[in-house]
Unconditional design. Sequence first.
Length: 273
Amino acid sequence: MRIISIILGLFMIISCTSPKKIAKSEIRDELSDTTRVKYNDVYTENDFERLPIQLRTYFKNVGIIGKPKESSLKVEYDKGLIKMDTSSKWMNIMCDHLLFTNPHVRIVYLKAHLFWIIPFEGRDKYKAGHGNMLGTMAKLIKIFDVSDKEMNQSALVTFLSEVLFIPSACLSDNITWEQIDKNSIKATIVDSGLTVSGIFHFNDTGEFIRFTTNDRFEGKISRPWILKLEDYKNFDDYYIPAKAVATWQYPYLESDYFIAYFKGFKYNIKTGK
């Protein structure tokens, strides 16, 4: 029996499909989805009339007005850093980060080296009410593959935190907006039976600087989660943040665990490269 267990274990290791191959296949499928709207015209201020003033100001400042409407976005990274827990050291990470809208999909492929030696690959995905986080070590060994109700909710609220980067998503009927005060608005998204909410915070100049939610899980535990945006710059006539920081809020501590340095946003991409 022990020999059989070892053989089965080795088979599971060898048969583990690379997250990179999975992500490439999924991105290819999304780019070829004929049900997704193919935009040919450009944004005008009238497109955003029904949205709260903070969003209208934000999109005007970003430079969306007069730009082509979009159904996909690739976020291009200059550098990424990640921590596995509050006590671990930062690791360099490479990311392919794509968003699709109507229908809403988020796919992120990431690559790092554990202990500076062991290759690690991961794929984080949301689509149609389902979230999944897959991770492998040394290209063959599956170390996690999470698909449950907590993952579904967390994946959707992560997509919600990034919708300001893909304006067509903000115009979707399944996202509602509620003004809280002059610098914050609440967004609620309903997708494939899931409902999550979060608050977008703006500074006095109209920059989106923070997203906060209580609808995200760390494992099985619901915790307040924060996405902070910093260092706005002009990239290809889009005024966008050059840095994003993801943070867990514990009872007596805020812990940053992911930092992204951006070098551009590419809309209506043709391939996943």
